[in-house]
Every structure is written in C-alpha cells, then in structure tokens.
Design a protein around this ligand. Structure first.
Ligand code: GLC
Length: 663
C-alpha cells in the first residue's frame, strides 16, 4: 500500500464518520423535532374564526373601509391608502420585540395574526370600517416587553416621490403633531388622524412624515393604533378617540355590516362547494368596494372603486360593469352607480373616461386642470342601462339615461368619426380601456412618425385613429338600446333614426372588418381602412352583439378553442398566443381579463354554443375558486392571479354563476 493509498484510506474513514454522525443527527431530529426558536406552540382555535363567520380565508391580509385600504403582512401594515389623498408603505412595522409570523387568518374583513419568537407571543388584529382603521397588538406571553413600532404617512403619489412633492404643494398638504396625535390635511376637505395609546415621536417633512411609537406591553396588555379620516379635523379627531377607546366596537360593527350585506345576496344552489365560497367572496368584493366621498364636486354619489388597493376613483366602463353585477343585488344601487357618470357628462356630450377624487392627481397624470381627462372609455354604459331596464328600472332614471346616451352617441358622431362612415375610432390607447395592447402598437408608431397629420383631424390624439371591432360592436348595441328606449318614451322618429344608425354600423363591421382568408374580424385604420392583422378577443364581440353570421361564428369558435390562440390555461389572452408579442404576464399584452371573458361567454350562448360557453366559464371558475381570488387579471398560461386584488369588474363571474346555476 503506498503512502497515497494510506492517506486515501484515512480520508475515507473520516468521511464515513461524518456521514454516520449526520445520519444519526437526522434520525434524532426526525424523531424528536426541536422548536429551534422555542416558540410557545399556540394551537389555533378553529372555532374562534369559523363560528358565525361568513367568509374565512387563510393568509389573506387585505382590509377595506370606505376611503381606506390596508394590507397586513407579517403582522405589519405594509400598505395603506386613504382615498387619493394619503398613502403609506409601510404604515406600521414592529421593530421590537423581534417576532415572526406564525399564521394569519382573514374572517369577514378582519385580519388576525399570531406572531412569536422565543418566549414572546403576540396577537395582532386589524380591520377597517367606514373611515377608521384599527390595529391592535395583545401580549399573550407572561413577560412584559417594550413594544416599538415605526411607520410613515405620505401625500398620495402612487409612490412616486416626484409626484409627492408636487401634489403636496398643489393641494396644500399639511402634517401636524398635536397632543400626541399626528394630523394630516389635504386642502380644506380631507383630514386624517393617526393616534395610539403609546408614546409617539414624529419627523415631519412637507409631503410626508415618519414616526416611532413606544408602548410598555404588560402580559395581556393591548397596544392600539388607529387612523381616522373625515371631512373636518374635529370629526376625524372624534372618530380617532372613539376607535382608541373601544377598538372592539369597530371590529364588531365591521362584522355585523359584512353579515348584513351578505345576508341579502341572491340565493344560489351551487353544487360545487368551492364555487359557493367564490360566489360569496365576489359579493363581498363588489359590495365593499363601494365608497362615498365627501366635499367632492365631481363624485357626489356613492360609487364602486375598481379596487381600493390600486384604482381609487371612478371609471366609465368599470362602473358600467359594476352596475350590471349590482342590478342582481339592488336595482337602486345599480342606478346610483351610474349617476356620477351622467352628472359628469361634458357640454359637448362626451362622458369622461374617469373621474378622479382629486384634481391634483388628474393634473399630474393627464395635464388637465379638471377632475377628468379629455378621453372617453369603451361605451359599455348602454349595456348597463339595458340591464337595469330589463329588471324594471325606475322610469325617471331611464328617461335620464336616454338623454345622456343620446347626447353621447351624437358626440361620437361629431368627435370620433372624421370620415363619417358610422365606424367610430379610438384616438388614444388609454381611451380603448386596453391600455398597452399589441393591437395599438402600429397605430402608436404611425402617430409618432407624423403627429401633425393626425392632429389636423383630431385635436387631442395619441395614436393613428383606429376603427376598433369591439368599440363598434358596443356602438351598435348602444344604438339598439337607444332605439328601444326611444320607443318606450314614445320618441318614434328617434327610435327609427337609431335603428338605421345601428344597422349602418353593423353592416360596415361586416364589410370592412371581416377577413375571409384568416376567418377573423380585425380592427382597421380610419385613414385607409386597412386591416390591422393582430388577432385579439375583440373579434368575439361580434358574437355578443349578434353581428357575425352563423358561418362566421363557427369559424370564430375554432379560433377560440385553439390552445395555440385563445384556449389557454386561463382562456382569452388579450392577444392570440401565437403572436410574437404575446406575453402571458403582459398587462393588456396577453393576460386574461374577466370583462372580456364575460362578453365572450354571452356571445357563445347567443349563437347556441352552450357547451363551449360552460367550458369557458369553468376554466376560469376553477382557477378563481381555488383561492378564492377575484383579481384584476390572470396569467393566461399558468392561471396565476395578477394585478390588483379584490377587483370589482371580475365579479362579473357572479352573473355567469347565476346563469349556470340560477333557477
Ligand atoms: C386600467 C385598465 C382600464 C380600467 C382601469 C380601472 O387602467 O386598463 O381598462 O378601466 O384600470 O380599472
């Protein structure tokens, strides 16, 4: 045996010894698991969360009030917003003692977390009700500790520091620390109070403030932190005091309210239990996304925000979808959802794209000194009005709706149809509602090459005008609805005129947008009526509208059911999956959206494709109910929920569930 062999042998036996020790250690650990950080194991009491609760979800951290939204994560409030006025990231973070999240349960709008480390055990609860947010920490361990939290509050800016200073200046935002309470004011209209039962130190800057709070937390002791907002300093302060004095009252009121609103949802006999939870959850989403804003000259009536976490004002096509869902709950609420839109119609008949909570934000975003920009949005409003009409809507409301829609259609003819062919155009990608869709790429490129060419026809414009398939299907429907309303109101000439206009638009869609070679409907440029060969689910709007022929419908359904085009894991990507720009995670460049799915589901049914419509619905429902989630959009390849959580128009699935399982 050589020296080398000897050293190899001793190396080998050392290695074997190490392996043996490791195996032994592994067996010991497996048989007698050690609590490494020695957390007192807190068995969660299921009953505490389940009993009498409507919706119980593990892990969810979002809570919403009227103008408030917050997300609890790891026991910290990592996100907070108060309308479009204030935001925080984080609002509150525990810095002492060191703790880790053990579990988090959401039930009926209250989040309940258990945190621990070594001999420390804390119970955190957070909820928002109306205009107050309450966060509490209870010490469950037998030791006294010094609790330290830090946090921040800023002027709303979409977390863009440049916006922050500008908006703070424009809106005269002020922070002030007074009597242990941190106050923020936005103009003379919106006030916010941050208070706690601890000792608070603040560092105030012009557009934001940070703070630290200390509280000696004895065993069973309770630390309370509240944020209250209102239209006057006095009432914000009063609410803040009430929340501090009795945090449980806020939680109880919240739970009672959730129980009350959910007790009024339609009954449905859903055989799949996971759909039943999604059903209730979607109702929770649409009903709790409603908001009432005070002192706002533009948004006088309550309305539904698309998401209190990301979209905090009112949008035109969103609210139209919301009204469709709400009409199944309370017809008055559905009518009310549309009233701000009616009221904000411009003198020329345009109904604006969106109505901001604050003029300042609109100015920064659009450069317009108003509550709304110069664009409109997809005209879904008439569909919502028709829905309300069919369910027996109020006559005065319908008469008003006719007036508004009549002026709106006239505006389209004057301001969105330069070649007067009764095919309307989008002149802006955001106006289309499909913000960054692949279908607009070429139109944007053309515009950027020669903006003056297009500005001679349209004063405000950001892409070459596109006569879009979906837009014109919606215009066709709007005209049919106007004809029906006119007939009802005894305006027979108007009724005739709108029927004629509707037919003209439908005929033009067929003659200009259908491509027999590809068997598809395409958008066209207004300037030369050339088809833009990007396949998108906008083509299927011809089914919803009833414009496609039976033969065309059959060809369209083949595209729809093709996994290489639109039949992806979560179906209906916003561009066909065989397009080179398709991105399953791209916002409007390949994610799947429920509002588009809703049009297609109903279109399929209209043409008798019942089996296919059900398959489409079930593909989406299976993914949504597995959370449950009701997100803004979904990865079309994997089904991963994306965008804003608890998104209002995704509750359109309610109408589909009702259609499949309703009596
Ligand atoms: C996004 C969407 C738009 C929608 C708005 C509010 O901008 O692209 O279609 O109306 O959010 O939800």
């Amino acid at each position: 045996m050589s020296e080398k062999d000897l050293s190899n042998t001793s190396n080998n036996s050392a290695l074997l010894r190490v392996i043996a020790i490791l195996i032994l250690l592994f067996i010991i650990l497996f048989l007698f698991p050690v609590e490494f950080n020695n957390i007192p194991v807190q068995k969660k009491d299921e009953n505490m969360f389940m009993e009498g609760k409507e919706i119980v979800l593990e892990g969810k951290g979002e809570v919403v009030g009227n103008l408030m939204a917050a997300r609890l994560s790891g026991g910290n409030i990592e996100f907070f917003s108060f309308g479009e006025y204030f935001e925080a990231n984080p609002l509150l973070e525990i810095i002492e003692p060191y703790v880790q999240l053990k579990y988090q349960i959401w039930s009926d709008g209250v989040v309940h977390s258990l945190l621990g480390y070594n001999d420390v055990s804390l119970e955190v609860k957070v909820t928002a009700y109306n205009n107050a947010l309450v966060y509490s920490v209870r010490n469950l361990s037998p030791v006294r500790m010094n609790l330290r939290v830090k946090g921040s509050l800023s002027t709303f800016s979409w977390f863009n520091p440049e916006f922050r200073n500008k908006i703070a200046k424009m809106a005269n935002v002020r922070f002030n620390f007074h009597d242990g309470v941190l106050e923020g004011s936005y103009g003379d209209s919106y006030f916010i109070c941050v208070a706690s039962n601890g000792f608070m130190m603040t560092d105030i800057k012009d557009s934001y403030t940070t703070y630290e709070i200390q509280y000696p937390l004895s065993p069973s002791g309770l630390f309370i932190f509240t944020v209250s907002g209102d239209s006057s300093r006095e009432s914000a302060a009063t609410h803040s005091k009430a929340a501090l004095d009795n945090p449980h009252a806020i939680e109880n009121m919240k739970r009672r309210w959730i129980n009350d609103i959910l007790s009024k949802i339609p009954r449905l006999d859903i055989s799949k239990p996971e759909y039943a939870l999604l059903w209730k959850y979607m109702w929770y989403v649409i009903l709790t996304n409603r908001a009432t804003v005070w002192n706002n000259p533009a948004l006088k009536k309550p309305f539904t925000m698309p998401s209190k976490f990301a979209f905090r004002h009112q949008w035109l096509w969103d609210s139209s979808f919301h009204a469709i869902v709400l009409s199944l709950y309370d017809i008055k609420m559905a009518e009310e959802e549309l009233l701000n839109l009616f009221e904000n119609q411009k003198p020329d008949g345009r109904i604006p794209h969106e109505i901001f909570l604050s003029k300042e934000f609109c100015k920064l975003f659009w450069g317009v000194d108003d509550y709304s920009p110069w664009t409109t949005q997809p005209p879904v409003l008439a569909i919502a009005v028709k829905c309300i009409m069919d369910l027996g809507g109020d006559e005065k409301f319908l008469a008003e709706a006719f007036k508004v829609l009549d002026r709106y259609d006239e505006w389209f003819r004057k301001a969105r149809d330069a070649d007067k062919d009764q095919l309307m155009v989008y002149v802006d990608y955001l106006e289309s509602g499909w913000d960054n869709a692949v279908r607009w790429d070429e139109a944007i490129r053309l515009f950027e090459k020669n903006p003056f060419k297009y500005k001679s026809k349209y004063e405000e414009i950001r892409m070459a005008p596109v006569e879009a398939v979906d837009l014109n299907c919606l215009i066709y429907i709007q005209r049919k609805v106007l004809a029906e309303l006119a007939e009802k109101l005894g305006l027979y000439e108007k009724a005739k005129e709108y029927s004629r206009l509707a037919n003209e638009t439908a005929n033009k869609i067929i003659s200009h947008m259908w491509d027999p070679e590809n068997g598809f409907f395409f958008d066209i440029f207004e300037e030369n009526h050339e088809q833009i060969k990007v396949k998108s689910p906008a083509a299927f709007f011809t089914l919803y509208a009833g414009i496609a022929s039976k033969e065309q419908a059959e060809i369209l359904v083949k595209h729809l059911l093709n996994p290489k085009e639109f039949w992806t894991e979560f179906p209906l990507p916003t561009v066909s999956a065989d397009h080179k720009e398709y991105d399953p995670k791209g916002y409007w460049r390949g994610r799947s959206w429920i509002n588009i799915l809703w049009f297609v589901y109903n279109g399929l049914k209209r043409y008798g494709f019942i089996k296919e419509s059900k398959q489409l619905a079930e593909k989406a429902l299976n993914i949504m109910s597995s959370g449950p989630t009701c997100n803004e959009n979904y990865n079309s390849l994997t089904g991963e929920p994306l965008g804003a959580p608890d998104f209002s128009w995704s509750t359109l699935m309610i109408t589909i569930l009702m259609d499949i399982y309703g009596t």
